[in-house]
Design a protein around this ligand. Structure first.
Ligand code: SF4
Ligand code: SF4
Ligand code: SF4
Length: 201
């Protein structure tokens, strides 16, 4: 079969259209990620943090679980500043990033669990009981509780058939529970703080 000039144009136009659509949806994904991101521990409040960060990437270089990400395609004020997406990889609260940040964008925090519980607040937990296997009766899951460094405080189990309850005031927002949740589109999400992030004194 021979292709005429108009057939070729139609195919080329369809390919270009598909390419533009992919580029557009990739852009939308980036914008959504920026609205939902968590900052590494010890971050200054929004605005101050972006102004203080010199985009040196040292925090990511020393992060053992490699959970710190950057995105060069965000608007200039936010581009290449570090963020964490716990559903992909959560923070293990080692505090290594806070030890190397040269500007104080991430304030130094000692690796002491009691101190971390007091000063770190990366986000707050939001549980969808409709999607949680323990709450909707579809499973006997309590992984979120088992992986939490502050289990029995930030997340507790209650009832004959244990179901998790989250306690935002005791949660540091590390996201280990979100990373562990086996449900598609995790039933537990750590949301960014709208209010000022607690900074170490
Ligand atoms: S505290 Fe440790 S695990 Fe968490 S973001 Fe910093 S370097 Fe990574
Ligand atoms: S180490 Fe500090 S200044 Fe460097 S990229 Fe990370 S937050 Fe920004
Ligand atoms: S409830 Fe989740 S985010 Fe909060 S401290 Fe425990 S594991 Fe981290």
């Amino acid at each position: 079969m021979k292709w005429g000039k108009w057939d070729r144009r139609r195919v080329l136009s369809a390919v270009l259209g598909l390419f533009s659509f992919s580029a557009l949806t990739a852009g939308l994904r980036v914008r959504r990620a920026s609205a939902e991101w968590l900052r590494p521990p010890g971050a200054l409040p929004p605005g101050d943090f972006e102004a203080a960060c010199i985009r040196c990437f040292r925090c990511a270089e020393v992060c053992p679980p490699q959970c710190i990400r950057f995105d060069a395609w965000l608007p200039p004020a936010e581009a290449d500043t570090p963020f964490v997406v716990p559903a992909d990889r959560a923070c293990t609260l080692c505090m290594a990033c806070t030890e190397v940040c040269p500007t104080g964008a991430l304030g130094r925090i000692e690796r002491q669990p009691d101190l971390i519980a007091l000063v770190v607040k990366m986000g707050h937990p939001e549980l969808s009981k409709d999607r949680c296997l323990a709450w909707n009766g579809k499973g006997n899951c309590h992984l979120c509780h088992d992986v939490c460094p502050y289990r029995n405080q930030a997340v507790t189990l209650s009832g004959d058939r244990p179901r998790p309850e989250f306690h935002p005031s005791l949660c540091v927002g590390c996201g280990l529970c979100e990373e562990a949740c086996p449900v598609d589109d995790q039933a537990i999400r750590i949301r960014p703080l709208s209010e000022k992030t607690k900074a170490p004194s």
